[in-house]
Design a protein around this ligand. Sequence first.
Ligand SMILES: O=c1ccn([C@@H]2O[C@H](COP(=O)(O)OP(=O)(O)O[C@H]3O[C@H](CO)[C@@H](O)[C@H](O)[C@H]3O)[C@@H](O)[C@H]2O)c(=O)[nH]1
Length: 482
Amino acid sequence: MKKSELVFVPSPGVGHLVPAVEIAKLMVNRDDRLSITVLVMKHPPLDTKINEYIKSVSASISDHIRFVYLPSEEQTNSGINFLSLFIESQKPHVKNVVSKLVQSESSSESPQLAGFVVGMFCTTMIDVADEFGVPSYIFFASSAVALSLMLYMQALNDEKNVDTTEFKDSDAEFMLPGIINPVPAKVLPSVVFNKDWHPIYFGNARRFKEAEGIMINTFLELESHVINVFSDGKTPPLYPIGPILNLKGDGHDVGSAETNKNKDIMEWLDGQPPSSVVFLCFGSMGSFGEEQVKEIACALEQSGYRFLWSLRQPPPKGKMGFPSDYASPEEALPIGFLDRMAEIGKVIGWAPQVAILSHPAIGGFVSHCGWNSILESLWFGVPIAAWPLFSEQQLNAFEMMIELGLAVEIKMDYRKDFRAENEMVVSGDIIEKGIRSVMEQDSEIRKKVKAMSEVSKKALLDGGSSHSSIGRLIEDVLNHMK
Ligand SMILES: O=c1ccn([C@@H]2O[C@H](COP(=O)(O)OP(=O)(O)O[C@H]3O[C@H](CO)[C@@H](O)[C@H](O)[C@H]3O)[C@@H](O)[C@H]2O)c(=O)[nH]1
């Protein structure tokens, strides 16, 4: 029997590509009529962790999945639309690879093109799928509430002629479909308030509606109210398929410096009492300036809790860029901090986050509320103290704290502006309060998070909500070919 081939074009960045590949793995394991080609865009600032990940999964991956790296393009643009211009530049390469794939279809061994799965920022690739006459599915790597907001704001703009930039710094509140509590403007993504972003933000939302379906990395039991709103027929069918996580972690080469660092971290955790360590990590793009780092250090010292802190060096001031590991973190910390804290704390760079969250010594997680981090912490039953930085993270924090009671607050409306000269600084007192609250052992929130952990695992088991959703998705893809 001829196989059906899906072409995945994930958005760049670990938070997008990794869950896309993990769902590809699940789909081919589930149904051997499917094969998947994952097209990887080379976007140097974001590539290191992605290359490590692809290398680690390639060794064990089913031969029904293959990776194709697209040729690099020189990137000179650093404006707001740098990512969308970059993705646009990849279109001819995508077309090229898929043409070759289609040409080989005449051989009886070769699979037949069934459709595209495009990342949430790659909706322009729907044009390429259209050229080949196959359907497109969106892979939305964040929460259902973030998707709902995107469609809601686009409808306000397009259908009601509302200028959403007027809500900036206002006390406006929004009744988002499926959300019980009014959503304050202060937790909306900055893109809503900035006209320069509108062609990208609203443009992607408009194109979501052209898709055959939207795969979303969440599960029905977590966001049921929002998910159910999507069955009104106004949007393409929604497939909640999560939580899709990379539970194997980074998987670095044995013997590499990275593996040794990770081993050292895990051994340190082995020596700590259960649920005693607070873990601080702010995703692949999170970092703070000098003043804020000192406040965090102060809070940790004052709280007296054991801690594991992923501290990363920001890109040069005022520039959009990516954090890196410090050569020597002491240069960013208060004098003597590392020596004073040697018995109870550890400061690291990039963290093996999944392995850390799975460790019984971890009792709480100070997080930027990137959606993958939220799903990972729920999976392992670790409560979050929410400190969102940018993008849709404030909205995720709002949902976790206010709507679902699954997180405590550090600062829900913190906002990091890459271009601003001075960043907002949260005081040590507020951070310390959040840490104390998330580390409380018998809190209601901890109980609720533990219960949601069980539910999240069940969703993926045979008969679970996401398991069924993946089954439905596969059938829909295959039915399209008939
Ligand atoms: O030191 C680190 C930092 C991150 N991670 C992993 O990297 C991923 C990070 O993903 P996420 O928590 O979603 O954060 P971002 O990297 O910030 O993700 C981007 O993509 C997400 C999904 O769309 C959005 O929710 C975020 O706002 C956006 O910044 C997670 O799997 C983490 O386990 C590590 O392993 N070690």
